[in-house]
Design a protein. Structure first.
Length: 292
């Protein structure tokens, strides 16, 4: 009986009609956790002054674009195709890191990145459920995600805002516009009239999701801090390997074709190759420092 009861309450959470309101909750959790941590001297970031908005710009605008385009694209594409088209974030991140951050990558890394994009082209070109609106939104989402990763890497420099400052002030600047957007779309009204607010288990799951949303944002920033925006993007793409293959079996909306399946596998192989090269490069640099 208890496993079925757990599934019931899990589906109760998934029936929540307001993803934007959930995003507001995650931003509020981020503000609260970091502010309390700063008061208790657990974390440190600059106090607010008139230079903060200029230091943070354009991250809040990119965040809004990323959020809206992401929500608009997920419902218009099959799960495997959404996963494949999100791979375009990787070469866009590579390009922006070269332009904005002045980074240089070896040929082997560039080849593995373009193997990912080649697989995406093959898979997308043979997609039998082509949806122009869905493709447009997901490619916009790729651009915003790449820009968000690169600018986050730039802003988390300790001489600027640092990783905690970027998280805190980005959430502060975005929570009010997101609430206004939620009101204008009717999303906020749907959330407040949701029937399970009096149910303890639903409220617990909602608060847990807000906390986990903070952990997700923090771990992403932390990965960019210790690695690069490109590595963060590729790691995020590799986790979708299982999602793509599971979506073929149980999603119900995947239309099989040979070229599409080949393209998916090329994408995954390129992502794994990038991971291998990056880990090997990090291992060599660690050994060099140990020898010094």
């Amino acid at each position: 009986f208890s496993p079925f009861l757990g599934i019931k309450y899990l589906f109760m959470f998934f029936s929540f009609p307001s993803p934007v309101f959930l995003g507001i909750g995650q931003m509020a959790a981020t503000i609260l956790i970091l502010y309390v941590s700063k008061l208790n001297k657990i974390v440190h970031f600059p106090d607010f002054d008139k230079s903060i908005p200029m230091k943070l710009f354009p991250l809040p605008l990119i965040y809004v674009g990323n959020h809206i385009s992401g929500l608009s694209s997920t419902s218009k594409l099959s799960l495997p195709m959404f996963t494949v088209l999100r791979k375009f974030t990787i070469p866009l991140t590579l390009l922006l890191e070269i332009i904005i951050l002045g980074k240089r990558y070896p040929l082997s890394i560039v080849v593995s990145v373009f193997a990912i994009i080649l697989g995406a082209f093959i898979a997308a070109g043979s997609d039998l459920s082509f949806n122009l609106e869905g493709y447009t939104f997901v490619l916009l989402n790729d651009i915003f995600t790449a820009a968000n990763g690169v600018y986050t890497k730039q802003k988390i420099d300790p001489k600027e805002l640092g990783k905690y400052g970027v998280l805190f002030y980005n959430a502060c600047f975005m929570v009010v516009p997101t609430v206004i957007f939620s009101f204008s779309t009717g999303d906020f009204q749907q959330a407040t009239h949701f029937q399970h607010w009096t149910n303890f288990l639903f409220v617990f799951q909602f608060l847990l999701s807000c906390f986990l949303g903070f952990l997700l944002m923090y771990s992403t920033v932390l990965c960019s801090h210790y690695n690069s925006a490109l590595t963060t993007t590729v790691v995020g793409a590799i986790k979708n390997i299982s999602i793509a293959y599971i979506g073929m079996l149980i999603g119900g909306d995947y239309i099989f074709s040979v070229l599409n399946f080949i393209g998916l596998n090329i994408c995954m192989a390129g992502g794994l190759r990038y991971s291998f090269l990056t880990l090997r490069g990090n291992s060599k640099s660690t050994q060099a420092r140990d020898e010094e």
